[in-house]
Design a binder for this molecule. Structure first.
Ligand code: NAD
Length: 243
């Protein structure tokens, strides 16, 4: 099985790559600037019996997304799973978010993944197993976010995009969303200890989640076990009820 994962050098993308690595699987590991970390992920997935290719691209730039797709399509004629995980989490009060910042947030979190899915469609359609796309959204798409209106609305846009593609690409390609809650990755690294305690207090399971717990959900949606699941959102948030 061939899986392409964006943002695979760290966090949820890295955990997903490790989870999907198995004898016989082929992984395309996209990364942006963390080349040493991406190399380390490649080493780990190869140790698990998979083969891997590492490809760098800034997904906020249309030309780079296109170059990435072309490179991947040159190497692979078919793709079985596409995980659109790379994203940025900017934070600011609504009245301090400039139009440029709004646009930049949408560029990386929505337009980049949409362009990538579109350009890789020919290879996804050639999957012998029935391909699957998983978008990584966020619980904030459902709850809203104070100091993150651009992020929450971009992540909500991904849900609409996935539901639309689930209809449009059926029955050949399944399309779903994983919506993580608070997960222990670099994205939360700026939290103060008090902020972290505040987060934990609001989570019924009483703790921040782990990247590998999100990777399990992604792996399920990519697997034959999810063969009748499309257009849905799998929430991985410790019980924080989405609106
Ligand atoms: P992370 O910061 O470790 O990972 C983000 C990834 O996106 C990195 O690999 C980074 O290189 C990549 N990326 C960022 N900007 C990019 C660009 N311009 N071009 C290409 N790649 C770029 O954090 P993470 O928590 O692993 O985040 C993964 C996804 O999960 C993101 O989409 C994030 O919004 C989402 N998410 C995370 C949490 C959380 O609490 N950690 C919660 C909800 C959703």
């Amino acid at each position: 099985m061939r899986f392409a994962i964006t943002g695979a050098s760290r966090g949820i993308g890295r955990a997903t790559a490790l989870r999907l690595a198995a004898p016989g699987s082929e992984l395309a590991l996209h990364y942006h600037t963390h080349s040493a970390e991406a190399e380390e992920v490649e080493r780990r997935v190869v140790q698990r019996g998979a083969t891997a290719v590492r490809l760098a691209a800034d997904l906020s730039r249309t030309g780079e997304v296109h170059r990435f797709s072309e490179e991947l399509l040159r190497r692979w004629s078919s793709i079985d799973g596409l995980v659109l995980n790379a994203g940025v989490y900017p934070r600011a009060p609504f009245d301090r978010i400039s139009t440029d910042e709004f646009e930049s947030c949408f560029q990386t979190n929505v337009f980049g993944p949409a362009q990538l899915a579109s350009e890789l469609l020919p290879a996804l359609r050639r999957s012998a197993h029935g391909a699957s796309i998983v978008f990584v959204s966020s619980v904030l798409a459902f709850t809203g976010s104070t100091r993150g209106a651009h992020y929450a609305s971009a992540k909500a846009a991904l849900v609409g995009l996935a539901r639309s593609l689930a209809r449009e690409l059926a029955p050949t390609i399944r399309v779903n969303v994983v919506a993580p809650g608070s997960i222990d990755t670099a994205i939360l690294a700026g939290d103060s200890p008090e902020r972290r305690r505040d987060r934990e207090r609001t989570i019924p399971l009483g703790r921040i989640g782990r990247a590998d717990e999100v990777a399990e959900a992604v792996a399920f949606l990519l697997s034959p076990g999810a063969s009748y699941v499309t257009g849905t959102t799998l929430h991985v948030n410790g019980g924080v009820l989405p609106a």
